[in-house]
Every structure is written in C-alpha cells, then in structure tokens.
Ligand binder design. Structure first.
Ligand code: NAP
Length: 189
C-alpha cells in the first residue's frame, strides 16, 4: 500500500492557473493514453482539498464526458475544508479538516492493501509529506508553461532528494516522472 500524489503539472510547476482553470491540460493527452485506468484500479481511497473538489462539482458535465460519471470515483473520498460544502448524492465523501495523520489512518483502514491517492492540491500533498506519510510523487509534466498558478508542491525537498524511479513519454504532450520519497525524507516547508 502506497500513498501517492499523482497529478499533472505544467513544465514550470503549476497544477492549475491561479483561477483554477485546467483548460491547458486536456489537449495534452487523453486519460487512457496516460495510463490513468491502470493507476486508478490500484487506488482504494483518495483525498483532496476543497478547490479540487469544487472544480469537479463545477465541471460535472465535462468530468462525466471524460470518465462516464459526474462524480468519477467509486472509492471513498476525503475532502479537506473548513467550510460547509455541497454534497454529491450517492457518493462516499467524508469532509474533514486539520491534521492529515488521523485522516490517513482512516483512509488506510478503509482500503486494505490498495493505494491511497492524494489528488491535490500541492499544499495538501505537502501536508502528507510533512507528516512523513507520502511515498511517491507521480507527475505528468505537460509541454506547456503557465507563468503562474497553483503550485505543484510548495515545499523545499533537497536533502535527501526525491529518488527518480521512472520516466515515460506520453506522446508529445506529457512526460510522466515517478519519484519515491526516501524514508525520513520530510523536508522543511
Ligand atoms: N493538474 C492536475 O492534475 C490537478 C490535480 C488536482 C487538482 N488540480 C487543480 O489544482 C487546483 C488546486 O487548488 P489548491 O492549490 O487551492 O488546492 P486544494 O487542496 O484543492 O484546495 C485548498 C483548500 O483545501 C482546504 N484545505 C487544505 N488543507 C486543509 C486542512 N488540513 N484542513 C482543512 N482544510 C484544508 C482549504 O479549504 P477551505 O478554504 O475550504 O477551508 C484550502 O483553501 C484546483 O484548481 C484543482 O482543480 C489539478
């Protein structure tokens, strides 16, 4: 069981524009070509911040066209927010806030041997990393730059560095980089 931050980013390290647009991402490759079905099959639970959750709610029809359902996950999802957010009928969504450690334990209890996916944003993935709970960072780096936006991973991780374990080209639009977080590799913010 691994805890994985799996995301796509621009070449200059942003996962969305500052106004939460992902329009730059979709022309770069399709989900099947990018290996998403294989990845999601191994996921038992996922966690995301409220901006990511609200993006999914705002783009329900686009999400349904891409994945077949407006709430695209069969797995239980933990959504971090200090606000009251709308619910999705029929979806297993648990709203939480604060320390990621008890949430990680609850996710692990719910999944058995499957992986945990930290969907984003970058700071939430950083909170799991700060707590020593992140095992892998898998980034599909798009062939675009955004100049500014929502950061991929707003942490300083230098010593020990992440360990690059694979590189895969996905057409001309994406390069997938898979990194292992070394044991004890919780850098300072
Ligand atoms: N490129 C990709 O593949 C990809 C992947 C994932 C996401 N995205 C996009 O990237 C953007 C990410 O936005 P973001 O950087 O703002 O991150 P986010 O994690 O989606 O949302 C941040 C919000 O999450 C809540 N939060 C985070 N940690 C919390 C904690 N410990 N306790 C309580 N609440 C917590 C806070 O919400 P409240 O203000 O509600 O309290 C915070 O303002 C979104 O537009 C998303 O759609 C892109």
């Amino acid at each position: 069981m691994k805890t994985q931050y799996y995301t796509a980013a621009s070449l200059d390290g942003f996962i969305a524009t500052e106004d939460d647009s992902l329009d730059w991402l979709f022309p770069l490759g399709d989900l099947n070509e990018a290996g998403y079905p294989t990845f999601i099959d191994a996921v038992g639970a996922l966690a995301m911040g409220s901006a990511t959750y609200e993006w999914i709610l705002r783009h329900a029809s686009q999400v349904a066209a891409e994945t077949g359902a407006s709430w695209p996950y069969a797995q239980p999802a933990w959504v971090f927010s200090r606000r009251i957010l709308p619910r999705v009928a029929g979806a297993d969504i648990r709203f939480v806030q604060g320390d990621v450690r008890p949430v990680h334990a609850a996710m692990r209890d719910a999944t058995g041997p499957k992986n945990l996916w930290i969907v984003g944003g970058g700071d939430l993935a950083g909170q799991f990393h700060d707590a020593g709970l992140l095992d892998e960072i898998i980034v599909q780096v798009g062939s675009v730059t955004l100049g500014r936006g929502k950061p991929l991973f707003p942490r300083r991780v230098t010593s020990p560095p992440l360990r690059l374990i694979s590189v895969r080209q996905i057409g001309s639009g994406l390069a997938e980089l898979r990194y292992e977080v070394p044991v004890g590799g919780t850098g300072a913010a």
